[in-house]
Design a protein around this ligand. Structure first.
Ligand code: HEM
Length: 270
């Protein structure tokens, strides 16, 4: 297995249109399982025109979400002592109009564990979770239901890790350090998604691309580049949504108040 760690090289490969994602395996079974059908229907495991179409639909769904409303809901749920692990999915599911948003994080957790490689510890449990999530989606169109569930699955572990790491960093940092700069430190130094994979031209097996490797071009004046949200046409489409939710949770845990209620001391224009 080839692993590329240098951030400049990783960024170059991610931005190269000739790099492809390893596609979801075409199911050998006559009737593919719900998990296999789900993986085949998302944007994450297809290339070319199919990816472009799904990505455009995802972007439209994300454009319909109001960042301030996401932040307000995240703060309210944090104040109501919802566990950090459940927060990002509950907030997004509520905003996307899913039925019973509070019941969905446990289902998403199961699907997210099987999502990257299509392998579940308990395949029946994973299939049941996919089916329940699709049923809870507000969309009438089956393709869009898959994409709405994809948003929950993609958001879950990465946003939880971002929040948990920023909270841990807050514990060892000066109280004056802004939440935004805590989040930025985590993204730069401790990427919540540590690696991704690509098939590169002329190569055989997928190469592993580290998002948390060294940046040899970094200097005292030029901090290491941030690859935590990926790069190129397949970069995460939701960094602003993720940061709105994460900042509201971390702010609320630190101060009991969401950022827009804070004094100018914490107003950070970035
Ligand atoms: C609201 C929260 C989030 C949502 C809805 C979301 C959604 C998505 C989606 C749909 C994709 C697939 C894009 C495509 O196929 O074109 C994606 C990719 C990605 N996301 Fe997110 N995401 C969220 C949070 C995060 C966070 C917090 C991180 C890490 C800090 C992250 C890192 C990534 C990365 C690295 C990729 C690209 C993977 C690759 O190139 O192989 N995401 N995200």
């Amino acid at each position: 297995m080839i692993e590329i760690t240098e951030r400049a090289e990783v960024e170059r490969i991610l931005s190269d249109p000739a790099s492809r994602v390893p596609p979801a395996a075409i199911a050998a079974a006559p009737v593919p399982s719900p998990l296999a059908s789900f993986r085949a229907g998302v944007s994450r495991f297809v290339n070319g025109a199919e990816h472009d179409v799904r990505r455009t639909r995802l972007d439209a769904l994300l454009d319909g979400l109001d960042h301030a409303a996401l932040a307000a809901d995240a703060a309210a749920r944090t104040r109501a002592a919802t566990p950090i692990r459940d927060l990002p999915v509950a907030v997004l599911a509520h905003a996307l109009g899913f039925a019973r948003p509070d019941a969905l994080p446990a289902l998403v957790e199961v699907v997210a564990a099987a999502y990257p490689f299509g392998e579940a510890a308990d395949p029946d449990e994973a299939d049941a979770a996919v089916t329940a999530l699709l049923e809870a989606s507000a969309a009438l169109d089956a393709d869009e239901r898959v994409l709405r569930v994809q948003l929950l699955v993609q958001a879950h572990a990465a946003t939880v890790a971002l929040v948990e790491r920023a909270v841990a960093l807050a514990g060892s940092s000066d109280a004056m350090v802004s939440t935004r700069s805590l989040l930025e430190s985590v993204l730069r130094d401790d990427s919540p998604v540590p690696a991704t994979r690509r098939l590169v031209p002329g190569g055989g097996a997928p190469v592993v691309l580290r998002l948390d490797g060294p940046d040899r071009e970094a200097t005292a004046d030029r901090p290491a580049r941030i690859l935590a949200f990926g790069a190129g046409a397949r970069a995460c489409p939701a960094p602003h949504h993720a940061l709105a939710i994460a900042a509201a949770i971390v702010d609320t845990l630190r101060t009991g108040r969401p950022r827009d209620e804070e004094s100018s001391r914490d107003a950070d224009p970035r």
